[in-house]
Design a protein around this ligand. Sequence first.
Ligand SMILES: C[S@@+](CC[C@H](N)C(=O)[O-])C[C@H]1O[C@@H](n2cnc3c(N)ncnc32)[C@H](O)[C@@H]1O
Length: 286
Amino acid sequence: MNWELGQKIIDKLRGCKHPDKKYDENTNNQLEYINYSKDSFYEVYKNHKDLYSCKWEQYLHVYDKYLNVFLKENKPVRLLEIGVSKGGSLEIWGEYLPKGSKIIGIDIDKKCAEYKYNNENIEVFIGSASDENFVEKNFENMNFDIIVDDGSHICSDVIKTFELFFPKLNNGGLYIVEDLHASYWKNYQGGYKKKQSSIEYFKNIIDALHFDYILKFNYKVSMSEIDRLKKLNREIASLAFYDSILVIEKYYNKYRPMKECKIGTDYSNPENPVKFENSQFERIFK
Ligand SMILES: C[S@@+](CC[C@H](N)C(=O)[O-])C[C@H]1O[C@@H](n2cnc3c(N)ncnc32)[C@H](O)[C@@H]1O
């Protein structure tokens, strides 16, 4: 199938109406809206008035689902967004996140540093997020609670940027990659099941989540691979893949393999019930 035909089919499918929903006859907009609160990302994004931003619809819901924890804590956070473009998303982060949050943007386009942002806590750095020298020079001692990669979307950039910035994510923080669909596109160095694509890179990390269980058997794994898997295992708590957006959660505190938490009394041998009351419960996630 060629690109144009594929695009025509996608456009037709996009126009589909949900069989159970009501639509406005003139605008074709759905009449029933999701009941989000005023401070939700969905509502803040929808009501933003200043600089321009463009994000896919599903991202708004994903941000609500994952960032709500920072709103509940109501403490200022540090967010980094790679890819500023016309500046709107930085302003929206400032409107959404707890008061006093620091919003940092990186872009290769010098214009991004010249916009008049509606928030004095917004700061923009000009350079490439996948350039090691630029990153070390400007971000050596910086840490973030949330990192969003909405930069070039070229596979090698996405991977390099992750390797440079994930170590700068605080424990309990979130690393989010937008527009992962580009990893299937040839002009972004992507392809279907292509080894060097960014989606395959992230899929491979799933094995690291289970490193401690892999270790039980004598698989032929090199020492360097063991070190790599173990490091990722102690840091990466989850990878949640949605349509084109990936949310990676950093453990709050994981320094050993997981253990079972035993509690209550086991009566399977009535003559000798076993009581468990000393299980240690620790905080692992944010
Ligand atoms: C999709 S736009 C960002 C949109 C914006 N985040 C929003 O939500 O409205 C991508 C931006 O990434 C920038 N960019 C491209 N390559 C980059 C790189 N290597 N490092 C940082 N920014 C990059 C582009 O100049 C462009 O402004």
